[in-house]
Design a protein around this ligand. Structure first.
Ligand code: BGN
Length: 285
């Protein structure tokens, strides 16, 4: 009898769902700067957050509505990565989200393939947990407004509408780069990103075409909310073949993407601030 009593009183109260709009948001975000640009130092600065293994967090006092994966394609940007993590973890925590951050690093030193790294992130993340939606996120973009909510969108959402580098103006209406959010189902429906964009540019425009070709709509928050600061880094060399790939892309939506993805995972680690994937993409060329 005694045993049963203790068990009952120790049982956790079922949590109520988190509110649609998290409390305590105030429309600003102060940019945090790492004291030193090392992951150890950033982890130290974030110790108050009590993050779980692999850069995972979930609200303590309510039940999150969705499981969210943040997928960040990465190579050789440690300084940006430190600032990104230092700012994103408190930001996402404040929004009462259940999320995990994945850093997907390209191992080989061939041309960078941002889109393919994001496909890999999607694929590998789903092996670990049944995430509901995905935010594909450049490492150099830091949100400036905490009301820019990273919750699952009904339609594909372009998040980085107003970036300081572009004077907070959308460069063109169909832009779908920087930070986007998509449900797992929609990402699968469009067969993910193309794997054929090696080097800078065009892969995001190809994704915009995929979204439209499947009768989905790109949605956006208002520019005063969807504001971002861009961190500085060396400029990438644009891919001269991007026009050609983009214009012929439509023919390949069904055959080029998640369903023909080939790569080798060199490393998969649950680190304190993120889940780390190191992948070799060279098999494909
Ligand atoms: C565009 C790039 C995008 C990039 C944006 C913003 C191309 C394709 C040729 C039509 N598109 O010009 O990939 O995100 O600029 O920098 O280069």
């Amino acid at each position: 009898y005694n045993n049963i009593q203790t068990k009952q009183t120790n049982e956790k109260q079922p949590l109520t769902p988190c509110p649609q709009t998290p409390p305590d948001l105030n429309g600003t975000m102060r940019l945090l700067v790492p004291a030193q640009e090392t992951l150890e130092e950033v982890a130290q600065q974030l110790s108050w957050l009590r993050l779980l293994e692999g850069g995972h967090q979930e609200p303590l006092d309510c039940r999150a509505r969705y499981k969210i994966a943040i997928i960040v394609p990465y190579r050789d940007r440690l300084s940006n990565l430190c600032t990104f993590l230092l700012n994103m973890h408190p930001f996402l925590t404040k929004q009462q989200l259940d999320y995990s951050i994945f850093i997907v690093e390209q191992f080989d030193d061939g041309l960078f393939n941002r889109a393919m790294l994001m496909n890999v992130g999607f694929n590998e993340a789903l092996k670990l947990r049944d995430f509901d939606c995905f935010f594909f996120h450049d490492v150099d973009l830091i949100p400036e407004n905490d009301r820019n909510i990273y919750s699952c969108p009904d339609q594909p959402r372009h998040m980085s509408v107003a970036i300081d580098k572009f004077n907070y103006r959308l460069p063109y209406v169909d832009l779908f780069g920087g930070v986007i959010g998509m449900s797992r189902n929609h990402f699968q429906l469009v067969n993910g990103f193309s794997n054929m964009f090696w080097g800078w540019g065009g892969e995001d425009d190809d994704m915009a075409s995929r979204v439209k070709a499947h009768d989905l709509n790109i949605t956006r928050y208002t520019p005063n909310v969807a504001r971002y600061h861009m961190l500085t880094h060396a400029k990438q060399k644009a891919n001269p073949k991007r026009y050609e790939k983009l214009y012929s892309g439509r023919k390949r939506f069904k055959t080029d993407g998640l369903n023909n993805l080939e790569y080798r995972v060199k490393s998969l680690k649950q680190l304190p601030l993120f889940t780390y994937l190191l992948v070799d993409l060279t098999g494909r060329r």
